[in-house]
Design a protein around this ligand. Structure first.
Ligand code: FA5
Length: 337
């Protein structure tokens, strides 16, 4: 058979193969067989030297044409297969994609993270505890007398078996002091619950970050210096801190802490109710009665403690006027942070 006849024979062989509705994998195999580097058409092309010199051009273009035809027909069939698959899965690949919006940190979470980071730099570890506590850890060990108003049904959610939903994170201080020997230097972030009337500034659950430092010779001066450092880091260099005498059963002496209003710079505005100051929490020196309850020698050790409300601080920092917005989780509100 002449080489020219061989080209014709390959063309009809290919057409026959194509007529048998080859699957996608068969088409890939056919591509290799006819068009691959070691395929039949390349083999035939190598035989061009056997063709009479004056017909070699004609032979070459015949093979090239066959190559092009085979290539186009195979590609056409492959595309048919692909569009069949797409129409079966009913995917319209021409539709624009769905854009997923990126979430952001909730303002409470980012405030908690900021607090942890700053106190970490000041040498504080992080301690956590359960939200259901015994009355002993939430009140008695913290020197709350039995008739203290905080134990009232109005303020506390009481549970079965002498338990409560913790009303502050101070029971984690009790846990720590029972478990570890001084020196103890830790913050206790967490969620707390109070059975209070809800309004723009009060919610029935909120977050606190408390801190505790117990060692030999810990002083009130160190407490003030630590809180001043923290406030300057968190609220800014120019913030001023004010301590007002107060009362907590578990600290003596006790203090409320206020920061100068960073919105008006202390001049007085709506947020600070024209006082120039914003209250951020309480603090004081650990009462010897608390040390007694957790078996720490109050003659050998002293300690300070402080506690701040996260929602109120986040509200100040981000200019949020109603605490309830922080719990409704309306995406239109959260998107702003
Ligand atoms: C305490 O809970 C003390 N355990 C804090 C403390 C720790 C004092 C260690 C001394 C030493 P107080 O009840 O004031 O303190 O609450 C602390 C903060 O929680 C308040 O300053 C306020 O920011 C926040 N807070 C209190 N009640 C609510 C509420 N209903 N909703 C939102 N935040 C509240």
């Amino acid at each position: 058979m002449s080489l020219f006849n061989k080209v014709d024979e390959l063309r009809s062989e290919f057409k026959q193969a194509l007529a048998s509705s080859p699957a996608l994998s068969d088409l890939e195999r056919m591509k290799q067989k006819y068009l691959g580097r070691k395929g039949v058409l390349n083999d035939l092309f190598k035989k061009i030297v056997e063709v009479e010199a004056h017909r070699r051009g004609e032979f070459g273009s015949l093979i090239n044409q066959l190559k092009l035809d085979i290539h186009d027909l195979i590609e056409e069939r492959i595309n048919d297969h692909r569009s069949d698959t797409l129409s079966i899965s009913a995917v319209d690949v021409t539709l624009p994609g769905v854009e997923y919006e990126r979430g952001t940190l909730h303002p409470i979470e980012s405030t908690l993270r900021d607090f942890k980071q700053i106190f970490h730099r000041l040498g504080f570890a992080v301690a956590e505890g359960p939200e259901i506590e015994t009355q002993w850890r939430n009140f008695d060990a913290l020197n709350f007398p039995p008739e203290h108003p905080a134990r009232d049904m109005q303020d506390t959610f009481f549970l079965e078996n002498d338990s409560v939903l913790r009303t502050h994170t101070s029971p984690v201080q009790v846990r720590l002091m029972l478990e570890e020997k001084p020196p103890i230097r830790s913050i206790m972030p967490g969620r707390v619950y109070r059975n209070e009337a809800i309004d723009a500034g009060h919610y029935c659950l909120f977050h606190q970050v408390e801190g505790l430092y117990v060692d030999k010779h810990v002083t009130m001066g160190e407490l003030k210096a630590t809180l001043e450092l923290f406030c300057r880091e968190y609220f800014g260099e120019n913030v001023k801190l004010r301590f007002r005498p107060s009362f907590f059963p578990f600290t003596e002496p006790s203090s409320e802490m206020d920061v100068s209003c960073f919105l008006c710079g202390g001049k007085g505005c709506r947020v600070c109710k024209q006082t120039g100051w914003l209250e951020i929490g309480g603090c004081g020196m650990v009462d010897p009665n608390v040390f007694k309850a957790v078996n720490i020698d109050s003659e050998a050790y002293t300690g300070y403690a402080f506690g701040m409300g996260i929602e109120r601080i986040a509200m100040m920092k981000y200019g949020i006027t109603d605490i309830r917005l922080l719990f409704e989780n309306d995406v239109r509100f959260l998107k702003q942070f």
